[in-house]
Design a protein around this ligand. Structure first.
Ligand SMILES: Nc1ncnc2c1ncn2[C@@H]1O[C@H](COP(=O)(O)OP(=O)(O)OP(=O)(O)O)[C@@H](O)[C@H]1O
Ligand SMILES: [Mg+2]
Length: 492
């Protein structure tokens, strides 16, 4: 089946074309009417002037015609033939030419043509346009003929006809057309320009909308289409932006759900692995440990052998600690919440770390908001969270370093929450690892298990809270922890 490719004509192109066509047709219609009126009025001017002239000639010569004194008439009219007056012809009552101006003598067609041969009334005026050829040049003439009556009587005595050259009329018509054509061209230009502007005005929001849909279809949900009109397209753009906002929220939620799913799967496989490790390693390890202990108690050993055994014991202790940490991390435990003072939990965590802090001469700065409500949380678990983060800070700073802890309540959100910031001026974390450090087993330390932060995030998420690294001024890193301020029913 052959596919016919449809010619793509943009809305912009269609608008420009159709508005231009309509405006041009309208404009030419108007110009045509103006031109016709102008031409009519130019001819009317000529007619009026001719009528005045022919009446004047008739009046001047009526007595002479009545008295049949034709020679003075001839003299009189030969003096009048100049400018646009081409000829004058007097006819008798029967329509026979009696006086003919020199300028038309010999042109029998013109001379013998009279409109007043029959019955006419004194008010009758006859007009006729004819073409004449003189010296090989053709020109147009307007003939005006009126009957001559004896003054005070109803007897027709003859008629007089004049021929007026229409050169000036044609010149005026030509000039008028030229002006109108110029005007038409300017109007045509303005029409195309204005239809262009109009089309651009109408299609710009549509173009923006198309651009927006393309970007969103490429997955850029952060893009917002500028709303530049308050019409239906503006409304559509607004709704589109709202839809994109919803899509962005949905995508973030899906990503978060996916992350949690992956995390849960990871934890489950770590759980299975650690159970196997516990089963397969712990028992032989205990037996190795007991045997080494027994061996160490022997009095036959010299100092060097005792030293080697002590190193082996240390290694076994480290393996045991790791297995313990692994098991405690993977053991899915249910929260046991109660009312606690957040400040107290923080203080208790600090207390556990105090000897180490003192040893490294670390400066501790606390900034706790006063009179905060009690938190409904699992105190032991949160203590573990703070301890993990604080221990990392302690490990990151050099001797004499500084750790800052702040506690405040963020009431701006729809769900108020405790915000705990723990920052240090230690080695810092490269921005590319800000998310990775929460992955289980991610560590940069030789003796680290890489489970401290993964554990902290899991516990906080169980509480509906969050933990992330945020920007800070100066060297070091800053962790922001949030715990929702829950108000459960008293029965809980
Ligand atoms: N305050 C900090 N300053 C610099 N790096 C940090 C800080 N906190 C965490 N990190 C980095 O994040 C990594 C992961 O920390 P996490 O606490 O999960 O594991 P760990 O400290 O390596 O081992 P452990 O399981 O014993 O806590 C660390 O190895 C370290 O590279
Ligand atoms: Mg740690």
């Amino acid at each position: 089946m052959s596919r016919i490719k449809k010619l793509r004509v943009s809305i912009y192109g269609q608008l420009v074309f159709w508005t231009s066509v309509i405006l041009v047709l309208l404009m030419f219609g108007v110009l045509f009417i103006i031109q016709n009126r102008e031409v009519k009025s130019i001819y009317q001017d000529k007619k009026n002037r001719g009528l005045v002239m022919v009446r004047y000639i008739a009046e001047m010569n009526v007595r002479r015609l009545v008295l049949w004194d034709l020679d003075p008439i001839d003299e009189n009219i030969s003096g009048l033939i100049r400018d646009d007056l081409a000829y004058v012809i007097f006819y008798d009552r029967n329509g026979r030419p009696v006086v003919v101006s020199e300028s038309i003598a010999g042109n029998a067609d013109v001379i013998n043509q009279t409109s007043c041969a029959g019955r006419v009334s004194p008010e009758d005026v006859f007009y006729r346009n004819i073409s004449l050829v003189s010296q090989g040049k053709s020109y147009k003439v307007m003939e005006i003929e009126i009957p001559i009556f004896v003054p005070g009587s109803e007897t027709k005595w003859g008629s007089v006809k004049i021929g007026l050259k229409l050169e000036d009329v044609q010149e005026r018509i030509y000039k008028t057309r030229l002006v109108l054509l110029g005007f038409g061209l300017v109007a045509l230009l303005l029409t195309i320009l204005s239809s262009n502007l109009l089309a651009r005005r109408i299609t710009r929001p549509i173009k923006n909308l198309v651009e927006g849909t393309k970007r969103i279809s490429r997955g850029d949900f952060t893009y917002r289409i500028p709303v530049i009109s308050s019409d239906e397209i503006g409304e559509l753009t607004q709704s589109f932006n709202e839809m994109t906002e919803q899509l962005l929220i949905a995508r973030r939620q899906t990503e978060e759900a996916n992350r949690r799913l992956v995390q849960a799967e990871k934890l489950a496989s770590i759980g299975r692995l650690s159970a196997t490790i516990a089963h397969e390693i712990r028992n032989p390890l205990t037996s190795v440990k007991l045997n080494i202990q027994k061996l160490a108690e022997s009095e036959k050993l010299d100092e060097l052998e005792k030293e080697h055994l002590a190193i082996a014991q240390e290694g076994i202790d480290q393996i045991e600690k790791f297995i313990k940490e692994l098991l405690s991390f993977t053991r899915a435990s249910v929260l046991q919440p109660d009312y606690f003072s957040m400040e107290e939990i923080l203080e208790e965590s600090l207390k556990m770390l105090k000897p180490s802090l003192a040893e490294k001469k670390i400066i501790l700065e606390k900034d706790f908001e006063k009179d905060l409500p009690q938190a409904y949380v699992d105190g032991d678990k949160l203590r573990q969270v703070f301890l993990n983060v604080l221990r990392n800070a302690y490990e990151a700073v050099n001797e004499g370093g500084k750790i800052e802890i702040s506690l405040r309540m963020n009431r701006e959100k729809d769900r108020p929450c405790f915000e705990i910031r723990i920052s240090d001026n230690g080695c810092g974390i490269p921005e590319k690892d800000w998310e990775n450090i929460f992955e289980p087993f991610f560590t940069t330390k030789s003796s680290g298990a890489g489970l401290g932060l993964a554990n902290a995030r899991r516990i906080l998420e169980q509480h509906g809270g969050t933990i992330k690294v945020v920007k800070k001024d100066g060297p070091g890193s800053c962790f922001l922890l949030t715990v929702p301020c829950q108000t459960p029913s008293r029965e809980e």
